[in-house]
Write a protein that binds this ligand. Structure first.
Ligand SMILES: *[C@@H]1O[C@H](CO)[C@@H](O)[C@H](O)[C@H]1NC(C)=O
Ligand SMILES: *[C@@H]1O[C@H](CO)[C@@H](O)[C@H](O)[C@H]1NC(C)=O
Ligand SMILES: *[C@@H]1O[C@H](CO)[C@@H](O)[C@H](O)[C@H]1NC(C)=O
Ligand SMILES: *[C@@H]1O[C@H](CO)[C@@H](O)[C@H](O)[C@H]1NC(C)=O
Ligand SMILES: *[C@@H]1O[C@H](CO)[C@@H](O)[C@H](O)[C@H]1NC(C)=O
Length: 339
């Protein structure tokens, strides 16, 4: 018995290190929407697959980059009770790779801290799928992490870059089924700097419905070269342009939108770009996106300046360990910078 325990103690860190190493190669890095050449004409063809009956998206003709959907993905880790006794003002859904325990820990201590905005009920959940190589080895690790923090949502799809849409839909499904009384939802990637205080106090009050905001991409379209990470084959999405959508690293919406997007997603062919797909859902629902004041959501990294960061919502391309480092200084800045 004793040697087994010791062995486990030895094996777990080694495994974690290995997983982290391989994770660097296998794990997706966060998406980055691509702007196409302006002035491309709208495609003359129809998006045929929309007309096919729902439930046939998994037919054998599905392109390998098209996430299988609808499909009865199962929750392997779930928090069905979290909203039973409260109606959070903001549900924060953070997309992370299953092996990235360290990143999640940094986020828990910084912008993901549920008590970071005094008097506002925030509920944080991390979204993970199955590691493409180490799913079995990571199962006990994730279970242990979940026992400690109770903030993991996992479904049984492969956690790959081209499956990110499934991750977002898992979050929408959770809000729709287990937290219908939330007011707002924010989907964020793990490599961002977030200022929830500013978001909640400046952008979200008073509460709204049929609302979504973020950094809006307009008149962009799919990248057709296989050489790109963001390649979207013609078979997956035939049109030359996407409807407007919010950049994937961080966008916010009222909780009713989560329910509506989840519902309409059951009837649309999925595409492998998570953020553009949410735009397609809004388009199908006839919902618009609300522009937010310039500069509040930055899709590119900008250098840390305390008072500038105190007056924006999100900056992309900050690794969790970098945020951990600047967070104490940022707390001071929030108090001293004039609003
Ligand atoms: C795709 O293109 C067709 C034809 O121009 C258009 O009718 C349709 O609305 C477009 N679909 C989307 C989602 O933009
Ligand atoms: C699904 O597609 C296949 C072939 O593409 C067709 O034979 C079948 O009838 C379709 N199923 C439904 C439920 O429409
Ligand atoms: C949502 O709020 C309604 C009315 O306050 C309440 O009856 C219901 O139980 C709540 N639902 C959940 C899932 O908490
Ligand atoms: C979250 O913030 C609260 C209030 O500032 C603080 O007391 C707590 O230690 C923080 N939690 C973590 C995990 O950092
Ligand atoms: C997406 O996940 C499904 C279900 O696990 C899997 O069959 C498929 O291969 C994955 N797709 C990609 C592109 O990784």
């Amino acid at each position: 018995m004793k040697w087994q325990l010791n062995l486990r103690l030895l094996v777990l860190p080694a495994l974690a290190a290995l997983v982290a190493l391989v994770g660097l190669r296998v794990q997706h890095s966060p998406e980055e929407p691509i702007t196409t050449t302006p002035g491309l004409p709208w495609a003359a063809f129809q998006w045929h697959s929309v007309l096919e009956p729902a439930g046939n998206a998994t037919a054998p003709t599905r392109h390998p980059l098209q996430p299988p959907y609808p499909h009865p993905y199962r929750f392997l880790l779930n928090q069905p009770h979290k909203c039973w006794e409260r109606a959070p003002f903001l549900v924060l859904l953070v997309a992370t790779g299953p092996a990235d325990t360290e990143g999640r820990n940094s986020i828990r201590q910084t912008w993901g801290n549920e008590s970071s905005v005094p008097g506002v009920s925030i509920l944080r959940l991390f979204l993970v799928g199955l590691h493409p190589v180490f799913a079995d080895a990571l199962r006990p690790v994730l279970q242990e992490e979940n026992v400690e923090h109770g903030d993991l949502l996992q479904q049984d799809f492969l956690d790959t870059y081209n499956n990110l849409t499934l991750k977002t839909l898992m979050g929408m499904e959770w809000v729709a089924k287990h937290c219908p009384n939330a007011t707002y939802v924010m989907k964020a990637d793990c490599d961002v700097f977030l200022n929830l205080d500013y978001l909640v106090r400046r952008l979200l009050l008073p509460p709204k419905t049929n609302f979504m905001t973020g950094y809006i991409y307009r008149n962009t379209g799919p990248l057709r070269s296989k050489a790109y990470k963001w390649y979207v084959p013609h078979e997956v999405y035939p049109n030359a342009t996407y409807p407007p959508y919010c950049g994937g690293p961080g966008y916010v919406f009222s909780a009713d939108v989560a329910r509506k997007v989840y519902a309409v997603a059951q009837t649309l062919p999925l595409i492998n770009m998570e953020d553009a797909f949410v735009g397609l859902c809004l388009h199908a629902l006839g919902l618009g996106i609300t522009a937010s004041p310039r500069g509040l959501f930055s899709m590119v990294r900008i250098q840390y300046e305390p008072c500038r960061f105190a007056r924006l919502v999100m900056v992309h391309r900050y690794q969790p360990h970098e945020v951990l480092e600047l967070w104490p200084r940022f707390q001071d800045a929030k108090a001293t910078c004039r609003r």
